[in-house]
Design a protein around this ligand. Structure first.
Ligand SMILES: NC(=O)c1ccc[n+]([C@@H]2O[C@H](COP(=O)([O-])OP(=O)(O)OC[C@H]3O[C@@H](n4cnc5c(N)ncnc54)[C@H](OP(=O)(O)O)[C@@H]3O)[C@@H](O)[C@H]2O)c1
Length: 359
């Protein structure tokens, strides 16, 4: 496979650090540029991020002495050094939109973990096992931006990566109503227990903006390309409650679902067991071999035991049973900073590379 030079914009942040560790020994992607805010620019990665390193794996040796560039003021320079960039920055939404578009217009494709462009109609929001075909909208996006190579592709919010994969293979039975309560880890807010001690022995029943994202994003992921845009799916009706819980990593969801045509429990279990997407068919380096795992034990999946399944890229499910108000209920879990953030971004980039979008 061809080798690609890549940059990480927002390299000093929580998601950026995860990108750095995931890309350290990547078979296709070589990190050539690290960039962050003007506050960090000019310092080495070790100087800027060493004291706020949040990963359990150490900072990659090969990146420690790399001097950070200024993500907002060095765009042309960065675009000239790499084939594409990952982006995960903490800025205002309109600033992120403008920043990502500026990179795309400088002919540097952006694979983004930010939410700013998730509802731009010609920006694909991709879970590679679910809607890999949405990357075909990039042609229309390039026409709008007037670029040859440059484009923006985004991954979805971390919360939906726990329950949408489990619902996806069941769509053929007509998903009607979905209720999902999510129990979300503190790393989703860029925190750990040292930086957020108030979360020890606590639960916060509110995560700003999360319920709207959790209800709307699945409909774009299940949408269709029509002309120059992705049109959202009309169904199912989704309602959510998103809670912050004292877990370091791993978002759990308790899901209730009703169908137009109710399947049997055996049909659901066999669809989960057999589900394979394009990443598995193409054997992309970060793809889990088995995307959806089902646990028979009543007390699984558990965040602490199961979040790292298949390098944190698989989705765990359990407790599938009939419900008195909906047809079925079940529980699912995914690693929010791996599958739900940087790992999902890397898998999307692998899909785009395999399909020739960085050439
Ligand atoms: N944490 C998660 O699980 C998760 C999951 C999915 C998506 N996301 C999204 O990913 C993004 C980053 O999240 P995070 O948790 O990694 O945030 P974070 O830890 O606060 O890191 C933010 C990054 O943005 C950079 N930055 C801030 N202001 C900037 C500016 N004006 N110009 C250029 N760079 C700037 C920071 O650089 P300095 O160090 O120089 O300030 C840092 O590298 C957010 O949009 C978030 O919604 C996060």
């Amino acid at each position: 496979m061809k080798q690609y030079n890549v940059g990480i914009i927002g390299a000093t942040g929580m998601v950026g650090q995860r990108f750095a560790t995931l890309l350290e020994n990547h078979p296709w992607f070589n990190v050539k540029v690290l960039a962050a805010s003007p506050r960090s620019a000019g310092q080495t990665y070790q100087e800027a991020a060493g004291s706020r390193w949040k990963m359990t794996a150490p900072m990659p040796e090969s990146m420690k002495d790399m001097v950070l560039l200024d993500a907002t003021n060095d765009i042309e320079k960065i675009a000239g050094m790499v084939d594409f960039c990952f982006c995960a920055v903490d800025m205002k939404k309109d600033e992120i939109k403008a920043l990502e578009e500026a990179y795309a217009k400088a002919e540097c494709p952006i694979v983004s973990n930010n939410s700013a462009h998730r509802f731009t109609p010609d920006v694909p929001m991709v879970v590679p096992e679910i809607n890999p075909d949405h990357i075909e909208i990039i042609k229309a996006q390039r026409e709008r931006l007037g670029t040859k190579r440059g484009f923006i592709a985004v991954k979805s919010n971390c919360s939906i990566q726990s329950y949408v994969p489990a619902l996806h293979p069941l769509r053929k039975f007509g998903l009607k109503n979905v209720l999902a309560c999510t129990y979300q880890a503190i790393s989703g807010a860029g925190k750990n227990f040292e930086t957020w001690p108030e979360m020890v022995d606590n639960l916060i029943p509110y995560i700003g903006g999360e319920e709207e994202k959790s209800e709307q994003e699945p409909l774009k992921v299940w949408g269709e390309i029509k002309g120059n845009e992705i049109v959202k799916a009309a169904a199912p009706n989704i309602t959510t409650q998103c809670l912050r819980v004292p877990v370091s990593d791993g978002h759990t969801a308790a899901v209730f679902v009703s169908f137009e045509n109710k399947p049997s429990k055996e049909e659901i279990l066999s669809l989960w067991a057999d589900f394979k997407g394009v990443p598995q068919e193409l054997e992309l380096p970060s793809a889990p071999k088995q995307f959806i795992h089902y646990f028979e034990e009543n007390d699984r999946p558990q965040a602490k035991l199961d979040r790292n399944l298949e390098g944190g890229m698989a989705v765990s499910t359990g407790r599938l049973r009939e419900d008195t108000q909906y047809d079925y209920k079940f529980v699912c879990l995914s690693h929010n900073t791996l599958r739900g953030a940087a790992g999902g971004g890397v898998l999307l980039a692998e899909l785009l590379a395999a399909k020739g979008y960085f050439d």
